[in-house]
Ligand binder design. Sequence first.
Ligand SMILES: O=P(O)(O)OC[C@@H](O)[C@@H](O)c1c[nH]c2ccccc12
Length: 257
Amino acid sequence: MKSLRQHLENLKADGKTLLVPYIMAGDHADGIAGLPKTIDFLAENGASAIEVGIPFSDPVADGPVIELAGIRSLKNGTTLRKVIDTLKTVKTDIPLVIMSYFNPIYKYGIEQFVNDLKATPVKGLILPDVPREHENMIAPFLTNTDIALVPLVTLTSIPERQAELVNGAEGFIYAVTVNGVTGADRDYRADLNQHLAKLAEISDAPVLAGFGVSSIAHVEKFRQAVDGVIVGSYIVKGLHEGKTAEIAEFLQKSSQI
Ligand SMILES: O=P(O)(O)OC[C@@H](O)[C@@H](O)c1c[nH]c2ccccc12
């Protein structure tokens, strides 16, 4: 079993709420140099894993908060190469998961990308614009590595599709809670937890809910149906505004739920 899944399953077996904050690499006051300390900060405050975003000019699934963070990061001169070089210097016990659109990886060289990640704590990949049908562009390079491909299951995925995506999940299942882009402050549909609980039932791998999670009440709600949550916009905005105490408190409280 790949270590991302093992790590999350161990936490789950200890009764922990799985908590995966998302950050935009390079969106720090001191540019990419600030990435290692941001990772340390999240790890110290209870993150189970950390999703590290790669900035991209056409982020089709990103809402305004993440999109602006990407623009700031690109203005800081962040490139995929700089992110990987910086991650090579990071020492952490918790797995990192790269979230990237495919284009930067394609430009970098797919095989080279996977090879270079082996010298980093990256244990998973979320590639929102690579559907299962196209996974073979990268999956063969991951076979003999400890890097898991994390599937996104959306509300519109029909049961057959869900089963297919869940089958053989190497890390965790990313259960998308809304139809639309990332971002906090949104209404969830009334039967969302039933939908999530069904997904959790058919999945052996841990299931984490993401999109719009921005309060302790959200974490408590989703915890009734799945193993944990992914929190992006709330974290990205808070860090950008320097609200570290608030973020630390949110993470600590969430991981105790
Ligand atoms: O920001 P939110 O609503 O908390 O959602 C998480 C999200 O930001 C992060 O996982 C993410 C950022 N960009 C993405 C693109 C697709 C899927 C997921 C993402």
